[in-house]
Ligand binder design. Structure first.
Ligand SMILES: Nc1ncnc2c1ncn2[C@@H]1O[C@H](COP(=O)(O)OP(=O)(O)O)[C@@H](O)[C@H]1O
Ligand SMILES: [Mg+2]
Length: 396
């Protein structure tokens, strides 16, 4: 049986939902693109049209779409040879070509060759290169990011998803209760692929679907926001529920730790409960630090258990708490980002000078800082620093 996501895969741009801005930007970019220009980096959550957009645009223009799935071609040589081949051959049958490097996060960060090959292709390609990725801000993609124009895809809104589900039901001859489609759309949190997949699962061997059938799909793990899990952590006396909430949250348990710390005094007003709560938190902190000191991820699960137990410190205040974001964590996160950027940059410079990142940081950067501060224009032969990186060095 054919997957409905494929059967109902949009063939024309007018069938693509929600992504008006991204579509416009991509179309304009394609029209303006000249050899030597940057590549286009399409990014956003899964099931929102990242692969779809270049595919449909190529079809409409009758251009050839050369697709490379970066997660399949882990070996850098094959990316290299495949890519250099396609970027240099004109097609006899198509007026143009788009080179699509799909799911670039699949490239391992250790695979320097693969990353380098992609950058080389971006620079040398005679055809526009489109790269797709979920999160472009992971350190390993920094070098690629510098060579790309970024275009963001947002989650598909629930109403559009609901409408598309209804159309599919009509075409498949399935009768669906109003609420079922609404709930399916809402559940999918903007991932239309998963919504259509859920619908197909539900409709198997059925001519009509009701709210009751939804239950048969069971609980689906979905990322939930930290604001909706904090009440569970602070107030639920069900250890398992709290544990599950932490694991399903869109934030890392490490970050949740700081959210809990920052909001404890608001939740537990009685001094005894507050003291107990901080005692539990301090134990969680011991495990938290063991994770990073010993690089042993087993401790993470102990930390989660301790955090989940915080509600046993006493009776929480009960009313509505306006949870506040932990400033301290945000400062730490910024510091971490600077550190990651600095070490990525040093390694990149090191690959030119054949030295380790450490040596670059300790011995070269002070000189580079002087050189950069004396230069009027930001041209630094070969290394190609982004504005952000130049600032980082100047402020180091
Ligand atoms: N914006 C959209 N409009 C309509 N259908 C979409 C959209 N985004 C995704 N889909 C559906 O989801 C499926 C997967 O889309 P795809 O572009 O491959 O997602 P991803 O963003 O993960 O690359 C498509 O076959 C299509 O059915
Ligand atoms: Mg995709």
């Amino acid at each position: 049986m054919k997957l409905w996501t494929e059967k109902y895969r949009p063939k024309e741009t007018k069938e693509i939902l929600s992504q008006v801005k991204a579509l416009k930007e991509t179309t304009e970019w394609l029209e303006r693109w000249r050899p030597g220009d940057k590549a286009l980096l399409l990014y956003g959550p899964s099931g929102t049209g990242k692969t779809l957009i270049p595919e449909v645009l190529a079809r409409e223009k009758r251009w050839f779409l050369m697709q490379i799935n970066a997660s399949d071609e882990r070996d850098s040589n094959s990316i290299d040879s495949a890519l250099s081949e396609i970027s240099k051959n004109h097609s006899l049958f198509h007026p143009g070509k788009i080179i699509l490097i799909d799911e670039a996060e699949g490239i391992s960060s250790r695979d320097r060759g693969g990353l380098k090959a992609i950058i080389k292709i971006i620079k040398e390609s005679r055809f526009p290169v489109v790269i797709t990725v979920g999160n472009p801000y992971v350190p390993k993609l920094q070098s690629i990011r510098n060579h790309c124009k970024l275009v963001k895809l947002s989650k598909v809104n629930a109403l559009s998803i609901e409408k598309r589900l209804r159309e599919i039901c009509e075409k498949e001859g399935v009768k669906a209760d109003e609420d079922v489609l609404k709930n399916l759309a809402r559940w999918s949190s903007g991932d239309i692929r998963s919504a259509i997949n859920d619908l197909q699962t539900l409709c198997q061997d059925r001519k009509g679907i009701t709210e009751k059938d939804l239950e048969s799909l069971g609980y689906r793990e979905r990322e939930t926001s930290v604001f909706s899990i904090l009440p569970t952590i602070f107030r639920s006396k069900n250890l398992n529920a709290s544990r599950q909430a932490i694991r399903n949250c869109d934030k890392d348990p490490d970050e949740i730790f700081w959210w809990v710390e920052n909001n404890l005094p608001q939740e537990f007003e009685h001094p005894d409960s507050l003291a107990k709560a901080f005692d539990i938190l301090s134990r969680a902190d011991v495990f938290r630090q063991m994770v990073s000191k010993q690089q042993n991820w087993r401790f993470k699960s102990f930390m989660i258990d301790m955090l989940a137990g915080i509600s046993f410190a006493g009776e929480p205040s009960g009313g509505f708490t306006p949870y506040k974001s932990p400033d301290r964590f945000i400062r730490l996160a910024k510091l971490k980002r600077r550190k990651a950027m600095m070490s990525g940059l040093s390694e990149r410079i090191g690959s030119y000078t054949h030295t380790s990142g450490k040596i670059v940081q300790n011995s070269y950067l002070p000189y580079l800082k002087i050189i950069l501060s004396r230069k009027k224009k930001s041209d630094h032969e070969g290394i190609e620093l982004s504005e952000e990186e130049t600032k980082l060095i100047l402020n180091s």
